[in-house]
Design a protein around this ligand. Structure first.
Ligand code: MBD
Ligand code: FE
Length: 311
């Protein structure tokens, strides 16, 4: 029998007590948010008649999530990262800010401190036996559409197993493999050689996938390349490009695919073209120009600070 006690004075007073709302010290914002979340949780327990067994299963799950370092993986899986982006887009729309290239989520796998190169960089260390060469290039434009020399292009992506260096469960990748910072040349151009990445899949035995299974959802991302782009006088752009031909391109478990960020990989087999690119085998080419957005009242009003791995 599901008895109803949530709306009683006793429970309502108890929620205020447990949230510290009757205490002097502490952080008022934390108290208010705790009060909301705790109230919603109590009500959920009551409305769904959640049993103690179910509740303690959830507590053990949260511990498992932390032990596996997957909290920042479940987050995009539940669409929360995407929701934060939707809010930033809506804020820009309300302020009349022109955004240029659309933003999309950062994801949990950025590592600070990648080697810095000028104009061109080779991203991969050549060790992936299944690696198909990729040449990517483009121009960074300012908010007025002028090329930006000296802009900083941070790029990172996965190998052909969908694994990222520093997070590779096989331990096979060298530090900063497929991670570089490229400074644009005098024409605002950037160019890199790498290998065509494959899509990412959540660790199949991990707590994120376990949760997704309960939702009847898969945990796959299409092949993609991440970017942070920064330049004087502009807001930092956090975005990703998705390979157009990936079967998951419009079925991303992390909801990061956006119109305007889907790019074809053009295959080149012509000997002369291969040679002209300094390669010895067929390769894929991606071209993409990024357009940045202006500072708002002189500040980057949407820059995201979050704990990031610094290697
Ligand atoms: C990724 O590579 C990624 O970009 C996101 C958002 C989630 C998991 C793995
Ligand atoms: Fe990624």
């Amino acid at each position: 029998m599901n008895v109803k006690i949530f709306d009683t004075e006793e429970v309502q007073n108890f929620l205020r007590l447990a949230s510290g709302l009757e205490q002097e010290g502490g952080n008022p914002r934390v108290k208010q948010i705790t009060h909301r979340i705790l109230s919603d949780l109590f009500k959920t327990i009551e409305d769904f008649d959640i049993t103690s067994d179910e509740y303690w299963t959830a507590v053990a799950y949260i511990n498992q999530l932390g032990t596996s370092q997957e909290a920042a993986l479940l987050s995009p899986g539940l669409g929360i990262d995407r929701f934060l982006d939707m809010r930033m887009d809506a804020q820009d729309a309300a302020l009349g800010v022109e955004i240029g290239t659309p933003r999309t989520i950062e994801g949990p796998l950025y590592v600070a401190g990648a080697p810095v190169e000028h104009g061109f960089a080779r991203l991969d260390d050549g060790s992936d036996p299944d690696g198909h060469p990729l040449m990517m290039h483009g121009v960074i434009y300012d908010s007025e559409g002028q090329p930006l020399a000296g802009a900083q292009v941070e790029v990172w992506h996965a190998n052909t197993k969908g694994f990222y260096s520093h997070f590779d469960p096989t331990g096979e990748q060298t530090p900063f493999n497929m991670r570089r910072t490229i400074i644009t040349d005098e024409n605002g151009g950037y160019r890199f050689q790498s290998i065509v990445p494959k899509g990412y899949g959540c660790p199949p035995e991990g707590p994120t996938q376990q949760f997704l299974n309960q939702l009847g959802r898969h945990g796959n991302r299409p092949a993609h390349i991440h970017f942070f782009i920064t330049a004087e006088g502009h807001r930092k752009l956090t975005t990703q490009l998705n390979m157009a031909d990936d079967p998951y391109v419009y079925d991303d478990f992390a909801y990061a695919t956006r119109e305007g960020l889907v790019v074809p990989v053009v295959e080149h087999t012509d000997e002369a073209v291969i040679k002209a690119n300094g390669l010895t085998e067929a390769f894929g080419e991606m071209e993409f120009d990024f357009k940045l957005s202006k500072l708002v009242d002189g500040v980057d009003n949407q820059v995201v600070e979050r704990p990031r791995l610094q290697a």
